[in-house]
Design a protein around this ligand. Structure first.
Ligand SMILES: [Zn+2]
Length: 178
């Protein structure tokens, strides 16, 4: 039988996946640069982000962003972007990143979300159609398959602030969903 303590732990752990949020701006400004360089694991996502940005806007990424895994972030947070001006730092919670419950698409979504803060100066945008976020800049990063299906629309929203396509696509999707 589960003790109350382990039950609370399990609930807290489950919530950390449902309410996986980003903590933009909530960091200790005294604590500059936890890392001197990026974990190479994230280069793939940085390249993909730069490619999609360029394809849509002709803009190139000039700023260095260091992305690394950490053991702990504030309760419920899975990612954080610290924008230090000419260099940005993104910290991702290791247990979330390495969890088998998280899809590769959701990993991309989180990194693109954090890079949206660090490289595009975007804040959170929490509009929804049905129960689906219109933007990957939603405060909460959901682990779902809709991102893969509507990736182009989501990236148009991210890079160009174009919301009509993703809203139309989500409306159609909501209509066919049981
Ligand atoms: Zn965020």
């Amino acid at each position: 039988m589960f003790s109350l303590k382990s039950f609370v732990k399990i609930v807290a752990f489950s919530l950390s996946f449902i309410l996986a949020s980003c903590g933009k701006g909530e960091y200790d400004k005294e604590k500059l640069f936890e890392f001197k360089e990026s974990n190479p694991e994230f280069q793939y996502y940085q390249d993909a982000f730069a490619k999609e940005l360029f394809a849509r806007s002709g803009r190139v990424v000039l700023k260095e962003v260091r992305i690394n895994l950490v053991e702990k972030l504030e309760l419920g947070r899975i990612g954080i972007c610290k924008d230090w001006g000419s260099v940005g730092e993104i910290l991702i919670r290791r247990d979330w990143w390495e969890s088998e419950r998280i899809s590769d698409d959701t990993r991309e979504k989180l990194i693109f979300h954090e890079l949206g803060h660090c490289l595009l100066s975007r804040g959170h945008y929490d509009e929804k159609v049905g129960n689906r976020p219109v933007s990957i800049m939603n405060t909460y990063v959901t682990n779902d398959s809709i991102y893969r299906a509507l990736r182009e629309d989501y990236l148009d929203e991210l890079f160009l602030n174009q919301r009509s396509s993703i809203k139309d696509s989500l409306s159609v999707h909501a209509g066919t969903e049981r």
